[in-house]
Design a protein around this ligand. Structure first.
Ligand code: AMP
Length: 208
């Protein structure tokens, strides 16, 4: 199963992705995670990425496309994959089409998690992650256990100010993917408002 998850920042893609990869036994490829790891290690590429992510801007297509191309070539993608946070521009979608064509693969579904902007600020600013396990929580909607609360960290770009720019980037550059995949008859719209369990049911219903 070859899947793509698209949706605005804070829509819950990462949370729902975990359930999907466990059920279908496919790897999750999150370009955001790969980019954050490079920044953490302060590799030359990581330093370059940081200039964009700190401002909430998208990293240039060329850099992200080559990251994904390398990753899709790994053995664990033979059974399929879930791309989370890629593509984010029409140029990236076209590059992905080319990569898949060269490998003789095609997409099965493009899941669009729809959440209105007005709900995203609260979702994003309450988000915290556990540096030891990578688990992501929300202070109100998915509260962490009391004993690990003090070690949780907040992503640098999860502030209200940076989120505004991330949303601008989403509407200007990522939303054009909606008609792109609609035309290819791959787009599946999923209402992203509700409890994590309710949304998970909708996701699995769509993939049935
Ligand atoms: P995410 O964790 O998916 O919200 O990504 C965090 C940040 O990484 C984004 O705000 C971008 O700066 C960068 N990023 C992640 N994926 C992409 C992509 N496909 N294209 C460009 N930039 C990306």
């Amino acid at each position: 199963m070859n899947l793509i998850f698209i949706g605005p920042p804070g829509a819950g893609k990462g949370t729902q992705a975990t359930a999907i990869i466990n059920k279908f036994n496919i790897p999750q490829i999150s370009t955001g995670d790969v980019i954050r790891a490079a920044i953490k290690d302060q590799t030359p590429l990581g330093k370059k990425f940081q200039e964009y992510t700190n401002k909430g801007e998208l990293v240039p297509d060329k850099l992200v496309n080559s990251l994904v191309e390398d990753r899709l070539g790994k053995k664990d993608c033979a059974n399929g994959f879930l791309l989370d946070g890629f593509p984010r521009t029409v140029n990236q979608a076209e590059a992905l089409d080319e990569m898949l064509k060269n490998r003789g693969h095609q997409l099965d579904h493009v899941l669009l998690l729809e959440v209105p902007d007005s709900l995203l600020i609260e979702r994003i600013t309450g988000r915290r992650s556990d540096p030891e396990t990578g688990q992501v929580y929300h202070l109100k909607y998915n509260p962490p256990p009391e004993n690990i609360k003090t070690r949780l960290i907040q992503r640098k770009d999860d502030t209200e100010e940076v989120l505004k720019e991330r949303l601008r980037e989403y509407h200007n550059k990522t939303a054009p993917l909606i008609p792109y995949y609609e035309k290819a008859q791959l787009l599946r719209r999923i209402e992203g408002v509700g409890s994590i369990d309710d949304i998970q049911k909708r996701v699995f219903e769509t993939l049935r």
